[in-house]
Design a protein around this ligand. Structure first.
Ligand code: SF4
Ligand code: SF4
Length: 163
């Protein structure tokens, strides 16, 4: 290895050690600490059953085939044309926001919830009746501390507790 490369390696190691012992950490100690997300953050989607006009635009525009129109078991009657409502599959959703933006009645809204654990792919599918119930609550072993990401001119990113 050239002298130049050795010097660069030593400098990189020194930088790592400096930040390791520094009180200003660049890392978030998840799940004991969680980030406070800004307004407009695209987390899991809240669906308003009452204002939805079942137009299907959200399903039509979804690029990931995550939002689909499902037969509403609650509203469909035998022998009649089935009533369809939207449902979402979070295993496919890329959180692009197209469905939220196109909805003519604002029946879809982003929340700041994103860290929910599922055991199976099936659990990530929300047909209309389940979609209506709202977004699940993340399960933390103990209440996490909220941290805010700060842009630091010298260090890049660092986290500070939210007051
Ligand atoms: S956020 Fe994007 S990917 Fe997710 S359901 Fe809506 S349109 Fe589809
Ligand atoms: S959620 Fe909005 S876009 Fe989707 S079917 Fe209902 S009204 Fe239409």
């Amino acid at each position: 290895m050239s002298v130049d490369k050795t010097i660069r390696h030593v400098k990189a190691l020194a930088t790592g050690i400096k930040y390791l012992v520094s009180s200003k950490r660049m890392t978030l100690m998840y799940p004991d600490e969680i980030e406070e997300f800004p307004d407009g953050y695209r987390g899991m989607i809240k669906y308003n059953w009452d204002t939805c006009i079942k137009c299907g635009l959200c399903a039509m525009v979804c690029p990931a085939d995550a939002m689909k129109m499902y037969i509403s078991k609650e509203e469909s009657e035998e022998g009649k044309k089935p009533v369809r409502r939207p449902g979402i599959n979070y295993a496919r959703c890329v959180f692009c926001g197209f469905c939220v933006a196109i909805c003519p009645t604002n029946s879809l809204k982003f929340t700041k919830v994103h860290d929910v654990v599922y055991n199976t792919l099936e659990e990530q599918v929300y047909p209309p009746e389940k979609f209506r119930e709202g977004v699940p609550k993340p399960q933390y072993k103990k209440k996490p501390k909220k941290m805010r990401a700060i842009l630091d001119e010298e260090r890049g990113l660092r986290y500070e507790p939210v007051e």
